[in-house]
Ligand binder design. Sequence first.
Ligand SMILES: N[C@@H](CCC(=O)N[C@@H](CS)C(=O)NCC(=O)O)C(=O)O
Length: 206
Amino acid sequence: MADKLTLYTNPMSRGRIARWMLEETGVDYETKILKFGEGSQSADFLAINPMGKVPAITHGDKVVTECAAICAYLAETFPDAGLAPTADERADYYRWLFFAAGPVEAAVVNRSLGVEVPAEKTGMVGYGNFERTRNVLISAIADRPFVCGDRFTAADVYVGSQIGWGLQFGSIPPSPELTAYSERVYSREAFKRASALDDAAIAAAS
Ligand SMILES: N[C@@H](CCC(=O)N[C@@H](CS)C(=O)NCC(=O)O)C(=O)O
């Protein structure tokens, strides 16, 4: 029997990224919606993710946290979905997946919080400065439909989410390349299914 797969999430969170990836894989999974605070900080959930943050998935006795890791884990665990990289795609896949989870995430959050890195300290900061990070992010998708080239992979779920959220909330200024890429990845049926499920969960809670 297949190991049970469970998503711990809140529909108003980065858990939407994990949901999208799960829908891309087409596998069966159970969803546990956690309220922030009483749910995400409960002893039961802290036993799964001591960070007290969603999303997390459990797969049998395994736990995976961190959206980018969840995307990579599911792509490799369910290879029939065709979302893991080929040998030829691997360099771009890991490069841009980790770039989005590290420098891009930090640059966007710091900018949203108004954290200014002094010019003389940018060498200490993994993303250097926001403008350069955004320009490099644009270069990843400027001359190709997806980060690995012509084929959509799990890296696009994560990179696409960072870009899509950034454009939606105004935390990444738009560019023609970012907008076109976001529209391309958001047109996927799995994204629409995942969004509908999370939107329904929000409506049910209100
Ligand atoms: N690095 C984590 C970040 C997860 C995260 O920050 N989740 C937020 C919601 S978007 C959360 O659970 N916040 C509730 C809290 O910290 O109490 C990931 O990529 O999955």
